[in-house]
Write a protein that binds this ligand. Structure first.
Ligand code: TXA
Ligand code: MG
Length: 323
């Protein structure tokens, strides 16, 4: 396993960036692929800011960055093929989708409610120094506005986000500009979910020339591919203004209907960023065996509200009949 390069970046800058991450802020940082827009992966409100800042239309799960294999292994179960790939390509532009550990401490919103987590150990001095100084796993998508080209220079990040990012760490070297290759190693057979900076051939070589391409049916790469998703075990009723008997309530804002049942308010002040950060955890908490349904108050459809409603519609969608 190669060692990451040592940093030339000013340690004062790195310390400042680490303090921002620990305080729930956003730091854009260079990696060997593209710039990432980073936040503390254990802090749901901080992660929600990533979605809001990127204007990402859906809660597409984020890659979680850690400094070394030991810290990665604390977050996800590294299967045999995962360890083989890690040995050869970490640190480096390889992202491994693995089964998340129940005690990983990663915010639900960072993994979009999935039981898996995408892990990456960047081979970049500044990214490494930041991860070590922050001492937190960092969730980071590419640091571009959704739909725009990935950022490979600090100035691209500034163009896209301006002062919405608390700090941009600069790098004299231009990174690869091609995102990491994503490999699903949750099953027996590894499968490439996104082609990227590491070639298919170099990965296939480790597995007797065999590697599947494309998401496996059991694990869609984009959760949006399924109409019924994020579905709690009890039914979901949207746009509720009156709570029915036996229901539990997911509230938003101040105009909460009368109720005597368990209830969680996503954001009493009507803040969509706060609501997004609490959504998946709140759905899980309200999903109790005795509940007839989760009644959900209307949520405005602007900003992050569109993504929240998209997820809620999927949670409320008719479910496939399984017998
Ligand atoms: O090179 C890179 O990978 C850069 C740098 C910053 O690390 N990051 C990056 O992130 O490209 P992003 O968010 O632009 O792309 C992440 C991809 C998304 O397509 C997402 O669906 C997929 O990773 N992903 C994340 N978690 C996943 C999971 N648990 N299962 C399947 N796909 C996942
Ligand atoms: Mg991207």
């Amino acid at each position: 396993m190669t060692q990451p390069r040592t940093t030339n970046a000013s340690s004062t800058e790195i310390d400042r960036a680490a303090a921002i991450i620990r305080a729930g802020g956003l730091v854009a940082f260079p990696t060997e692929t593209v710039f990432g827009l980073g936040a503390d992966a254990t802090n749901p409100a901080a992660v929600a800011k990533i979605y809001a800042t990127k204007q990402r239309p859906e809660f597409n799960p984020l890659i979680i960055h850690t400094p070394d294999v030991d810290s990665a292994a604390q977050l996800g179960r590294l299967s045999k093929p995962a360890l083989r790939l890690a040995e050869v390509f970490w640190p480096g532009p390889l992202t491994l989708v693995v089964t998340k550990r129940p005690d990983a401490g990663i915010a639900e919103i960072a993994v979009a409610g999935l039981p898996t987590v995408a892990l990456r150990i960047p081979d970049h001095a500044i990214a490494q120094a930041l991860l070590r100084a922050a001492d937190r796993p960092i969730a980071a998508p590419s640091a571009n506005r959704s739909g725009r080209v990935s950022a490979t220079r600090a100035s691209h990040v500034a163009d896209d986000f301006g002062s919405n990012v608390d700090l941009i760490l600069n790098d004299p070297e231009t990174p690869r500009g091609l995102e990491s290759t994503i490999v699903d190693v949750t099953g027996n057979e590894p499968a490439i979910l996104r082609v990227g900076a590491i070639t298919q051939e170099s990965i296939a070589r480790l597995f007797d020339g065999n590697i599947e391409i494309g998401p496996t049916p059991a694990l869609p790469s984009a959760p949006g591919q399924l109409s019924s998703h994020y579905a709690p075990s009890c039914p979901v009723r949207m746009n509720v203004t009156q709570v029915r008997e036996g229901e539990v309530l997911l509230a938003f804002g101040t105009d909460v209907p009368a109720h005597s049942c368990p209830a969680i308010n996503l954001s009493p002040t009507g803040d969509l960023v706060e609501a997004a950060s609490r959504l998946f955890a709140a759905l899980r908490e309200l999903d109790q065996p005795g509940a007839r349904a989760i009644a959900i108050m209307p949520i405005p459809n602007d900003g992050l509200g569109a993504a929240i409603n998209d997820r809620l519609r999927r949670a409320a969608a008719p479910r496939p009949v399984v017998d």
